[in-house]
Write a protein that binds this ligand. Structure first.
Ligand code: VTB
Length: 346
């Protein structure tokens, strides 16, 4: 899978990031998202693959593009038999977030990325549009920290696994009212908190690399983003656990103001999620034999640069993590927009 798709997948996230970056700082998050979706879809549909969106912009009715269930790639077209040897092509599931951290992009803040994860069919958990309690930690703490334990206990475990005192730990938490108690607990336990306004995928991935000075991600973010984070962290051998959150009183967002816990539980049941309290590991959320994560920085982040435009082009940085080749590659690309066509000499 990696051999045939890897390079083209890089271009998918690069194109989405460039499109969004043109709107960086313009204050219009919907437009920053829309152009990324369009660019991602256009590039994806030029790839010889049979892809299906399992995590995307929402259900078909409210998302015109990259909606859940949408088939992408040349070999998904009705006339695919004319182009591809369909029987031989592996069917691929794709989770996308074309502009992760739309607010960050719209307001010129660090940490927005164009991201996706792919795997063979059935290899990614089709997370519903719910919230998810998340715990991410470096490889050394994998399987040792536990989302069922308190933050205080997990900080002790982290400090042992990483061989550093608790006050040397930095934990990322999204700045939300629902995290007030969690933030207080982390601080009281002696660790330091890095508050972010958005973009918990980037924060989770930072936990997978040494030298980022980020040692954990705790708190509640969106579930689809949790699956993309899990895909990256699984490939990196780092820790990720996620548990769906369905109680509006816990989430405390105005979007969920009119929802009820009972109503949400019924929605989950309709989606065949029989155990709504299940704690999923990275390996369960991204269970495929081969998993690939790709992300391009839109605005600058901790481990990746954002898109930088120059006369006639742009430069991007992309992180590609593969479970198959056990590699994390940083791909630095110069895009030449105005390059004249090379004349063929006979
Ligand atoms: C979460 C988080 C994302 O938006 O979805 C957040 O996972 C929205 O949370 O990384 P609220 O509904 O509480 O605002 C992001 O930060 C950006 O898409």
């Amino acid at each position: 899978m990696e051999n045939t798709l890897g390079l083209e997948i890089i271009e998918v996230v690069e194109q989405a990031a460039i499109a969004s970056a043109r709107l960086m700082g313009k204050g219009d998050k919907n437009e920053a998202d829309r152009v990324a979706v369009e660019a991602m879809r256009e590039r994806m549909n030029k790839i010889y693959m049979r892809g299906r969106i399992v995590i995307g912009e929402g259900e078909r009715d409210d998302a015109p593009m990259l909606f859940i269930g949408e088939e992408v790639g040349i070999c998904s077209r009705p006339d695919a038999a004319d182009y591809c040897n369909i029987e031989e092509l592996v069917e691929i599931d794709i989770a996308v977030d074309p502009c992760e951290g739309t607010n960050l992009c719209a307001y010129g803040q660090p940490g927005s990325m164009a991201v996706l994860a792919i795997s063979e069919k059935g290899g990614l958990f089709a997370a519903p549009d719910f919230y998810m309690k998340k715990l991410a930690a470096p490889p050394a703490a994998k399987g040792k920290v536990d989302i069922n334990k308190s933050a205080t206990e997990n900080l002790k475990i982290l400090s042992e696994c990483l061989d550093r005192s608790i006050d040397e730990l930095v934990i990322v938490v999204m700045k939300r009212e629902r995290h007030d108690d969690l933030i207080k607990e982390i601080r009281e336990a002696g660790a330091r908190v890095q508050l972010i306004s958005d973009g918990d995928v980037g924060a989770a991935i930072n936990c997978g690399f040494a030298g980022t000075n980020i040692h954990g991600l705790m708190g509640i973010g969106a579930a689809p983003e949790g699956v993309i984070s899990a895909a990256a962290l699984r490939c990196l051998g780092a820790h990720f656990q996620g548990q769906l959150v369905y109680d509006p009183a816990v989430v405390r967002t105005k979007e969920w103001a009119n929802m009820t816990k009972e109503g949400n539980l019924a929605r989950l049941k309709d989606m065949n999620i029989t155990d709504p309290d299940k704690v999923y590991t990275a390996e369960e959320l991204a269970c495929g034999e081969n998993v690939l994560f790709a992300g391009t920085g839109i605005t600058p982040g901790n481990i990746m640069n954002g898109v930088r435009f120059f006369k006639g082009g742009a430069r991007t940085q992309t992180l590609v993590i593969s479970s198959q080749s056990k590699t994390a590659r940083f791909v630095d690309t110069i895009h030449m927009f105005d390059q004249p066509k090379i004349v063929q000499l006979h």
